[in-house]
Ligand binder design. Sequence first.
Ligand code: DAT
Ligand code: MG
Length: 148
Amino acid sequence: MQTTYIMIKPDGVQRGLVGEIITRFENKGLRLVGLRQLIPSSKVAEEHYAIHKDRPFYSGLIKFITSGPVVAMAWTGVEAIKVARNIIGPTNGREASPGTIRGDLAMDIGHNIIHGSDGEETAKFELELWFPNGLSEWRRDAESQIYE
Ligand code: DAT
Ligand code: MG
């Protein structure tokens, strides 16, 4: 089992896509173990995107991500990091395939609705950053049907 950090960005919240997005992860069979809505501080946003700090889009990215509420989530499942990235689709919404969240719902590179951790170390770092008080431990009864 892995847990991945997923975040609906301010454009997704403003567009009223929170329910639609949560439904996709829930229907896939992932288990929701953390959920909070907040307007990110610059400090947290800068730490989250520190890897991009030398990129030309960095300051715009920080401005965007702190511009309104985000929905921070933690989802658990077998290979959850890869599974979630597949559900999300590639960065540019115009190039993402239909069926993915970005492919179905986004038209832009920057305003691409959602973030998902890209590896185990990043997931650990991001989950500790956005969920400093930890996650909820529970077992989804449906997992006995979801997994062989
Ligand atoms: P992803 O979110 O698909 O993991 P990333 O980690 O490469 O993509 O970049 C993080 C975010 O930064 C991305 O979701 C949107 C923004 N971004 C990336 N490349 C960009 C670009 N060329 N122009 C504007 N924003 C960009
Ligand atoms: Mg990334």
